[in-house]
Design a protein around this ligand. Structure first.
Ligand code: EPZ
Length: 422
């Protein structure tokens, strides 16, 4: 297994290009199942999760061609050979469950393995099931697989979700595009990735309104046609690299960044003493003089503070002046980066869903282990600011969500290299 070696090297300066959003691409790709005509995605990120979704769609009989070094995905699901998402694929990536709604809507049948738990939590699918049953689906759990059927097709309905789940919103919206009649989805998730999905579905002929608000209305249509869609900028990669100059000092411009993607996050950075400003090419981030100040964080569904930036923010708070309380309200076990940061000299106390971080003057490099995708990059951020060398092991987690990390950070002056595993 490869590892990443980081050596603290002072302030960072320059530009970092931000890629297309992993979590938008992972819901846009299954949308190809809704139409027999081709769907082409541009600005796709080059990530292992995208390769996993490609393999899943191909296992169903869809054609997926990765062009222009992976930045273009040309897909077609004219003839499928299977409606089953196999456990071997789903267990590696929960987002595989996003084929459930599209398969059900177009073919009246879907057999999707339950993902099983992952490092950050149990990750159930009850909200997906409730929403699709509201549209008339019959769903049974057998041998760890959801067997979903809609023999007479799906019917529009008014449905309020108990929690604004991102994935459940995506599955229900995609299914509703081909249901008979009108669907009103209440307490829908508002993430930019959902707005991006709806914009793509609309290009395919779907009739949808309200995306980005808590109530999304879908008028079912008989069929959807092909389209070409550019994947929205990745707000989590954007936020992650905004933290690089914040934790090291210096000034970095994030190309393709937009304030509207990271409003609440940028507000927190400003409160901590980091300046964030829009430029003609993206966002410019610079730490004002001296150490950043501690701020408190509560993770919430969009537009609140993103749970996917909690681990990275904790790394910054480890070097801040004062004490910061971070409350993780979305997942039940998302502080596994804390003990690794403590190995680097951080002062963190975790009690249940709350981590209290008392900032220290200087972190010290140490060998640490990545436990999940976002934890892996928070350790790299800490290593950038630490004195001495930090080796982050198990970087396969990193490859799921961050393309060319070494190249992007080297480009702004970081001392970082990837060490090939035995
Ligand atoms: C999406 O996961 C993202 N993944 C996650 O990003 C992100 O952390 C999460 O949304 C929250 O923003 C993709 O988009 C591929 P949820 P998702 O359904 O859809 C519970 C990353 O690092 N829940 O909004 O799975 C669930 O257990 C990943 O890129 C139910 O209880 O998130 C969790 O506690 C990690 N029942 C909470 O809701 C359900 O049926 C949020 O889950 C569904 C979810």
């Amino acid at each position: 297994m490869d590892s990443i070696l980081v050596t603290g090297n002072g302030p960072l300066n320059g530009q970092i290009p931000i890629a297309g959003a992993k979590n938008a691409c992972l819901t846009l790709m299954p949308a190809t199942l809704l139409s027999e005509e081709p769907l082409t995605l541009t600005n796709a990120p080059r990530l292992s999760d995208i390769k996993t979704m490609t393999a899943l769609l191909q296992s169903l009989g869809a054609e997926v061609s990765s062009l222009q070094d992976g930045q273009v995905l040309a897909m077609s699901s004219h003839d499928l050979t299977s409606h089953t998402a196999d456990y071997e694929i789903v267990r590696k990536m929960r987002a595989s469950n996003l084929v459930l709604g599209p398969l059900l809507a177009r073919f009246g049948e879907a057999i999707v393995s339950l993902p099983g738990g992952c490092a950050i939590g149990a990750r159930p699918m009850d909200l997906h099931v409730e929403g699709l049953e509201a549209l008339g689906a019959e769903i049974e759990l057998e041998d760890g697989y959801l067997h979903a059927r809609a023999p007479g097709g799906l019917k529009g309905a008014v449905h309020e979700m108990r929690f604004a789940s991102v994935g459940a919103t995506e599955n229900i919206v995609m299914a509703a595009t081909l249901a008979k009649g009108t669907t009103v989805l209440k307490n829908a998730a508002r993430e930019p990735e959902i707005v991006d999905l709806v914009e793509c579905l609309r290009k395919m002929g779907a009739q949808i309104s309200g995306e980005g608000t808590s109530t999304i209305e879908i008028q079912g249509v008989d069929r959807l046609h092909g389209a070409t869609h550019q994947v929205v900028t990745d707000r989590i990669e954007l936020g992650t690299y905004m933290l690089a100059p914040a934790i090291c000092g210096g000034e970095v411009e994030l190309l393709g960044g937009r304030m509207s993607l990271v409003d609440s996050f940028a507000e927190k950075l400003e409160a901590a003493g980091v300046s964030v400003s829009e430029t003609s090419k993206g966002l410019k981030v610079a730490r004002k003089n001296g150490r950043v100040r501690s701020v408190d964080v509560v993770t919430e569904p969009f537009p609140g503070f993103p749970t996917d930036l909690q681990a990275q923010m904790m790394a910054l708070m480890c070097t801040a002046e004062g004490t910061s309380v971070l409350e993780e309200r979305i997942f039940e076990n998302r502080f596994m980066h804390a003990p690794e940061l403590v190995r680097m000299g951080a002062n963190i106390e975790v009690h249940g869903g709350t981590a209290t971080v008392t900032g220290v003057e200087q972190l010290k490099g140490a060998p640490v282990m990545a436990t999940d995708l976002r934890a892996s990059v928070s350790l790299i951020l800490a290593g950038l600011a630490a004195e001495g060398e930090t080796t982050v092991s198990r970087v396969y987690h990193l490859d799921r969500g961050y393309e060319h990390v070494v190249r992007k950070l080297e480009g702004v002056g970081a001392k970082i290299e990837r060490i090939k595993g035995q």
